[in-house]
Ligand binder design. Sequence first.
Ligand SMILES: [Zn+2]
Length: 200
Amino acid sequence: MTQQGKFILFTLDEFASWLDNLILHRKISLIQNHHTFLPDYKAFNKRKTDKYFTWLVSMEAAHQERGFSEIAQNITTFPDGMLAICRNFETLPAGIKGANANGICMEHLGNFDLGKDTMTEEHKHTIVTINALLCAKFKLGISTKSVVYHHWYDLNTGKQVVEGTGTTKTCPGTNFFGGNTKEACQKNFLPLVEQVVVVA
Ligand SMILES: [Zn+2]
């Protein structure tokens, strides 16, 4: 575990015990999955030293330029499987319009649109495990009611829309675990999350 300002960098195991000990007063019912788009894997790997904190600080500056008070996400995951706590869990994220009040926002560093970054095995493992840990911690069923993708929400209304309609982003990527639709999530992603054994 290393800390720089509010950012705390963890291995997956360190995060699991941190989460286990966390007492949270805010009610959590939605686990949001996003990709950063930029920085992507190439940008991350280009930096040889201090790449985690440099990118966290840089993302925060970009979010502040867009008018947010601080970095938008509660958690960032990295290509090598490390992850960082960003915005305090007690503070609403600025992740998905209409889904922040009871949400935890996770940004997975990379561009997972088709033909872009190929997710590493370490990154896959962290993303799957962290979704399982958060569902267990907040006593949420592993389903598309609690594990959500940004793509499912209309950017203007903040409501979920039928696939192929409304104004949506591709986030967390058209090739995120084989697709960004609700159907792809149920078929490819949630079965992996269900396989994780969470020791409480
Ligand atoms: Zn997003």
